[in-house]
Design a protein around this ligand. Structure first.
Ligand code: ADP
Length: 259
């Protein structure tokens, strides 16, 4: 009996359950991948253990943004081992599962199965998994809702009306699946001209905040349209890993997730 008690006492405490947060958008190109990578880096800078699942079958870009593109995940006991990055965030991407440069043309069940492999991987002590979903409301999203039940979802949109209508559709999908909507993020609002400093709004401004008021879905923050953000992503040196107002914009949203 004493031996048994000692064995129980020696056992490491059970890790807290991992929180899966899905990042979705109504359509492509609104900055969902950019936000996912930078939120992950911002959370890691705050001392959180974070993993990124890049489920965007149409354009997996996390290995580029987080600079671990050339690396292939290994497997152990039939499960993938996430690929570390130098930003303190581990990544598994649809892009890691296919030959570089090859288009992914998977049908629903295959894509759902691939998502399962990325999520049910050796995530170790990761407390939070941010899942960069494909845009829209397709098979991968359904598989995400039904099989992997995220703790919550974030929807990214530009302030443009059309993007907002699509974002609303994405939000409805999560609501139907009873996934709590953590909030909306407005991306690409407020462009500061690098020459004269004047702020203009190519895609409008404030539309997402208005949508938040109209729907009751919380507004998490606004990321400006900035050449640096695009250049940082292309260079594999995410903006959130640096200092300055843009890194702070990502950090502010990350703080709202951390509570
Ligand atoms: P999505 O994942 O929604 O398809 P991405 O994150 O890939 O969108 O962004 C699309 C393009 O826009 C990329 O080239 C990215 O670097 C750029 N981008 C995203 N957000 C911003 C921003 N706030 N400022 C400037 N460029 C941005």
């Amino acid at each position: 009996e004493e031996v048994r008690v000692a064995m129980i006492a020696d056992r490491a405490p059970e890790p807290a359950p991992r929180r899966i947060i899905a990042i979705g958008s109504g359509k492509g190109g609104v900055g969902k991948s950019t936000l996912t990578a930078n939120l992950a880096v911002a959370l890691a800078r705050m001392g959180r253990k974070v993993g990124v699942v890049d489920a965007d079958i149409y354009g997996p870009s996390q290995p580029t943004i987080l600079a671990n593109k050339g690396e292939r995940p290994k497997a152990e006991d039939g499960k993938l081992i996430p690929v570390p990055s130098k930003w303190g965030v581990s990544v598994l991407s649809m892009g890691h599962l296919v030959e570089p440069g090859k288009a992914i043309a998977w049908r629903g069940p295959m894509a759902g199965n691939a998502l399962g492999q990325l999520i049910d991987a050796h995530w170790g002590d990761a407390e939070v998994l941010l899942v960069d979903l494909p845009p829209g409301t397709g098979d991968v999203q359904l598989s995400m809702l039904q099989k992997h039940k995220p703790a919550g979802a974030i929807i990214v949109s530009t302030p443009q009306d059309l993007a907002l209508i699509d974002a609303q559709r994405a939000a409805n999908l999560f609501e139907t699946g009873k996934i709590p909507l953590i909030g909306l993020v407005e991306n690409m609002a407020g462009y500061a001209c690098p020459h004269c400093g004047e702020i203009s709004d190519p895609f409008g401004r404030g539309g997402v905040e208005d949508a938040s008021e109209a729907t009751g879905i919380p507004f998490l923050g606004r990321i400006p349209l900035a050449i640096d953000i695009r250049e940082d992503s292309d260079a594999g040196t995410p903006t959130a890993a640096q200092d300055g107002p843009q890194a702070e914009a990502f950090a502010a949203i990350a703080r709202s997730l951390s509570d």
